[in-house]
Design a protein around this ligand. Structure first.
Ligand code: ATP
Ligand code: MG
Ligand code: MG
Ligand code: MG
Length: 486
């Protein structure tokens, strides 16, 4: 099944169950001071859940463009290192606004996965909320019983508040969730460890695909819970993960969602992606770089298509940061010293344009913005290299001090791994421990300075924003260096 067919089947299925199919909301949020980017399918329905607005339809379904790079959901550092977290991804979802509840949601999820998509039942595990004494919420017997009619009892696990209870924030609607996980390991691997022991354990082949949230409570200002008069269902399924399962792949990047992009990166950079079995550490670095670039181009292209250009503050800064992470990986591990990421836009637009026409419409703008950003950051990286050269000349022993490396990173925005790589090429090492000490100190300073709130709708500041301020400073320094030269 192609990814296009998988997406269509999801929407057709829920349409057949009385749902109205709605378009994805923009990934960039312009009118909500508490959230920069859509990070879940339900964001666009927030006002319905809070009771501030009335939905036109009681049942809707869609595929939603999501971005998880800040606040409560920040997966950025995982992206490229693992094979199933992306910055931008599609979340397939179905909703009930005061209409159906647990029984329908669970039985449809099961029907879709096992009868339409034909995932073998024995590969599925589900989790159910274990209950919370503190909140006076009992174990979710109702969900457990509905599952028990469908799946072997030893494939039902109990989950805690962290994984199986959803809250919008300090106050407001909340409730238990039930999640569906798939075990796609080989029979040989399955014989070694039971799948249930690997659920929620960061195993790349035992992964969560679908979360079903049942909003049945309201948390009041005093922290206590009351039953909601009208109950809602909110579900989210990771589209790229579903494609991995249905296309019998071991990684999201081996599905047809990513392979055209990966092939294009290989072609442009004359590198080779090889994720089969054991690979050398050097090959793994190339693999990570290729995954990072194929992932980040999507986030950046969709953001620009939604009107968010890279810039020096707020949402624009987050986008700039994602693009620079991709440039940095290309520069360091694929030896790309000239802009090249912009060339992927055409491939992406050709592949996703049918579902998201904004990509094709804005293709020229997206390409030129990315190309310009690449050129300017590559200049910045070159200047950083010059500064590092001076530091190396002034380091009497074969080690660059942690303080100096940190200064490069913190004040001039020069990435640590790049510093270490360049040092090693010149036969020097970096005082890693000293660097970490400085980093820790800086984190403590920023933690003390900013109260970080990480609920779904309170995304004020986070460490990452602090962390990246260096790049701006570096640009200032670069300008200064140029000025001095004149
Ligand atoms: P995980 O535990 O894997 O990080 P999650 O519990 O944070 O996932 P939810 O908030 O429950 O994810 O989102 C619903 C679904 O969206 C998940 O079940 C998963 O399939 C998918 N998903 C979540 N985060 C990502 C991501 N960064 N990239 C791709 N898919 C994701
Ligand atoms: Mg997560
Ligand atoms: Mg999870
Ligand atoms: Mg989840």
């Amino acid at each position: 099944m192609t990814s296009q067919e998988i997406r269509n089947l999801f929407l057709k299925f829920f349409e057949s169950k009385g749902h109205t199919i709605v378009p994805s909301a923009p990934m960039v949020i312009k009118n909500d001071p508490t959230l920069m980017f859509t990070n879940a399918g339900m964001n666009q329905f927030k006002e319905f859940f809070l009771g501030h607005a009335k939905p036109k339809h009681k049942r809707v379904a869609d595929t939603q463009k999501c971005l998880r790079v800040s606040g409560k959901h920040n997966d950025l550092e995982e992206v490229g290192r693992d094979t199933y977290h992306h910055t931008m991804f599609e979340m397939l979802g179905n909703w009930s606004f005061g209409d159906y509840f647990k029984r329908e949601a669970i039985s449809w999820a099961w029907e879709l996965l096992t009868e339409i998509y034909k995932i073998p039942k024995e590969n599925l595990y589900v989790t159910v909320f274990e209950g919370s004494e503190e909140d006076g919420v009992p174990f979710d017997q109702e969900a457990f019983d509905i599952w028990k009619e469908r799946i072997a009892e030893d494939h039902i696990l109990l989950g805690n508040k962290k994984d199986n209870f959803w809250e919008m924030g300090d106050q407001g609607p909340c409730g238990p969730c039930t999640e569906i996980h798939v075990d796609i390991r080989s029979d040989e691997e399955k014989a070694k460890v039971a799948g249930r022991d690997l659920v929620n354990n960061d195993h790349p082949q035992v992964i969560e695909i679908w979360n079903n949230v049942f909003m049945e409570f309201n948390r009041k200002a005093d922290g206590s819970l009351e039953k909601l008069p009208s109950r809602n269902v909110d579900t989210g399924m990771g589209f790229e993960r579903l494609c991995m399962v249905l296309q019998n792949k071991q990684s999201n990047y081996d599905t047809d969602v990513f392979t055209p992009l990966i092939h294009k990166v290989e072609e442009i950079t004359k590198s080779h992606y090889n994720s089969n079995g054991r690979v050398t550490p050097e090959q793994e670095q190339v693999n990570i770089a290729i995954r990072v670039i194929s992932d980040h181009i999507r986030a950046v292209a969709f953001a620009i298509a939604d009107g968010q250009l890279p810039s020096n503050n707020g949402a624009g800064y987050v986008i700039r940061r994602i693009l620079r992470r991709a440039i940095r990986y290309g520069f360091t591990f694929l030896n790309q010293k000239e802009p090249f990421i912009y060339k992927l836009v055409e491939t992406l637009a050709a592949q996703m344009g049918a579902t998201f026409p904004e990509l094709e419409k804005q293709q020229f703008l997206i390409m030129s913005v990315i190309k310009e950003e690449e050129a300017s950051f590559l200049r910045t990286l070159e200047q950083g290299l010059l500064m590092l050269d001076v530091m190396i000349q002034n380091s009497p022993d074969k080690q660059l001090s942690g303080g100096k490396a940190f200064e490069l990173y913190d004040t001039y925005g020069f990435p640590k791994d790049l510093t270490a790589l360049i040092l090693s090429e010149k036969g020097l090492t970096m005082d890693e421990e000293g660097f970490e000490v400085q980093l820790q100190k800086q984190k403590e300073r920023s933690r003390a300075a900013a109260q970080v709130k990480t609920d779904d709708w309170v995304v004020l500041r986070d460490d990452d924003e602090e962390e990246f301020i260096g790049y701006d400073t570096l640009e200032a320094v670069v300008r200064l260096v140029k000025y001095r030269r004149v």
